[in-house]
Design a protein around this ligand. Structure first.
Ligand code: FAD
Length: 501
């Protein structure tokens, strides 16, 4: 085979250099690409490539870029401590990775396997380009518990429904224990050009809207482990009940951004939870399941979303149920903007949207309620909501975000039916009964009594006055009548989706 000028032939290299290409797996522990590269070669070159254009509409959003900056800084420091260097490059990875591997005289390139369509296509291009240099391309499972292609129904079909998928996963042998952290690295000789992280300008400056993010998060592998250990030691047992109470800040793990960026692998979380469960009280919640069992179920939802995207690459853009292409979603810029800004006049929805804006994360229960108000009461398309979440979430994950939006909108293969519409008032009363969540994020309602907190538009004038609220002035009147919005959504579903099916 002919070699590109400047590239060393495999025989000249003595196979002592490998390149590790980091993507959504910003960690040193349980990192198979790195571990295998080290088994294969004495020198390892670590690289991260930023391509702001890759992904088109799904190029990284603002909150993700903030997280990425800090996570890369943490990774570079950890790699430095181990004796290596993280090379940063910007541009098309299909050109950069082969060129760099060739320059370093690498015999192989290792990276984490992805279920995201853009990365899968990129892998094909990189592999092809590497082959021209006679360099091997190896991808490894880094972000799922199991190999997604191996999970099939008894008749060999792809699962479309979570429950049997999860049952099958639970019946499999546990994923193998996580690999130990890599402690020592030797970079290859030579100086490899690298960008400076600061020069990428991933952090917002004008304006700097990231103050709430800085207070809430500690991106990077060490922060991820600290959060996981705290949650598992103190809160796992209660998870079955506490996970639905948005006012309880310890009710869920808040591990989602760490998992999204691969600072932790699902395998690590799976095993750590099992171990913590052995030490805990294994108390059953009101659902009859232990906190551990319920938590495992959520990790399997994460797995299921990856599985769905792997088998349905169009999921972020198109309904999994084609009949929903007939639904005429409304163009409602005013309603959409009120929703985005947390100014709908529906307290639990506004609390969620403001929490999202402030810390780049929203409680799962409230994600469902806010998504339901947008897609059902306002009849605005799920893709509009999906795009807003993508831009504002620090855990914005192509698979989970699109699967979840389709679940709420009723357009997914395994979703709640379209006609099941969350009532935000009932939901608020049930899951935020003392109003702790709404009062925290919608302070203008702080003095309103529990009775009216979730539907201030029904409160007697005297109650509002006593709480210092004038509707339409201090706090908006509802952007939509909940009854009318619900009836309109049901009619659209009946006439445009079901009638034509
Ligand atoms: C409309 C909508 C959009 C969403 N977008 C995203 C997204 O972009 N990224 C994302 O990570 N999650 C998303 N979710 C799922 C879920 O809301 C978050 O994973 C969860 O709130 C994260 O908080 P936690 O880490 O405290 O979760 P925990 O309750 O502690 O759960 C542990 C882990 O399990 C996984 N998990 C939990 N709930 C779900 C779920 N319903 N579906 C899939 N995985 C789950 C997450 O990885 C989570 O970190 C979305 C949900 C909805 C309804």
């Amino acid at each position: 085979m002919a070699h590109k000028p400047g590239a060393k032939a495999a025989s000249d290299r003595g196979d002592d250099t490998a390149l590790v290409w980091f993507r959504n797996d910003l960690r040193l522990a349980d990192h198979r690409p790195l571990t295998e590269a080290l088994q294969e070669a004495r020198h390892v070159l670590c690289v991260f490539v930023l391509d702001r254009k890759a992904g088109g509409a799904w190029a990284l959003g603002g909150a993700s870029l903030w997280w990425l900056h800090h996570s890369l800084a943490a990774l570079a420091e950890a790699i430095g401590k181990a004796g290596g260097t993280l090379i940063l490059r910007e541009g098309d990875a299909a050109k950069i990775i082969p060129a760099l591997a060739s320059e370093a005289g690498a015999a192989s390139v290792h990276c984490g396997r992805s279920h995201e369509p853009v990365l899968r296509e990129l892998d094909r291009r990189v592999e092809k380009a590497l082959a021209q240099h006679d360099i091997a391309f190896r991808s490894h499972r880094v972000s799922t518990l199991f190999e997604l292609d191996t999970i099939r129904t008894q008749t060999g079909k792809v699962y479309g429904v979570y429950t049997p998928f999860a049952r099958t996963c639970r019946g499999l042998p546990d994923p193998e224990p996580p690999l130990p952290p890599v402690k020592q690295l030797h970079a290859p000789d030579g100086k490899f050009a690298s960008d400076r992280l600061e020069d990428w300008h991933l952090l917002p400056t004008r304006p700097d809207w990231a103050g709430g993010l800085r207070d809430a998060w500690n991106p990077g592998e060490a922060g991820a482990h600290a959060r996981m250990q705290r949650f598992l030691a103190d809160h796992l047992d209660d998870y079955g009940d506490s996970r639905n109470i948005p006012g309880n800040e310890d009710g869920t793990s808040m591990l989602s951004p760490h998992l999204r960026w691969g600072e932790l692998s699902p395998v690590q979380v799976w095993h750590a939870a099992r171990e913590a469960n052995g030490q805990g009280r294994a108390r059953k919640g009101s659902t009859g399941r232990s906190g551990f069992d319920t938590f495992q179920g959520e990790i399997l939802w994460h797995e299921f979303a990856a599985y769905l995207l792997h088998h349905n690459p169009a999921m972020p853009d198109e309904p999994l149920r084609p009949a929903y292409n007939r639904l005429r979603w409304r163009h409602d810029p005013r309603g959409l903007q009120a929703w985005q800004r947390g100014q709908t006049g529906v307290p639990i929805v506004d609390a969620g949207m403001r929490q999202l804006w402030h810390i780049g994360w929203m409680h799962n229960r409230v994600r469902m309620i806010t998504a339901s108000l947008l897609t059902k009461h306002l009849l605005v398309s799920w893709q509009e909501g999906e795009a807003w979440f993508w831009d504002t979430l620090v855990d914005g994950d192509l698979a989970t975000n699109s699967a979840s939006w389709q679940w709420v909108a009723g357009t997914g293969t395994d979703s709640q039916p379209f006609f099941r519409i969350f009532n935000p008032v009932t939901q608020g009363r049930k899951f935020d009964p003392d109003g702790a969540y709404v009062r925290r994020w919608v302070p203008e309602l702080q003095r309103l009594g529990d009775r009216w907190l979730h539907e201030p538009w029904e409160a007697p004038e005297a109650e509002l006055e006593r709480a210092g609220i004038r509707l339409g002035d201090h706090y908006p009147r509802p952007v939509i009548s909940l009854t009318e919005g619900r009836d309109r959504a049901l009619a659209a579903f009946r006439n445009e989706v079901r009638a034509a099916s």
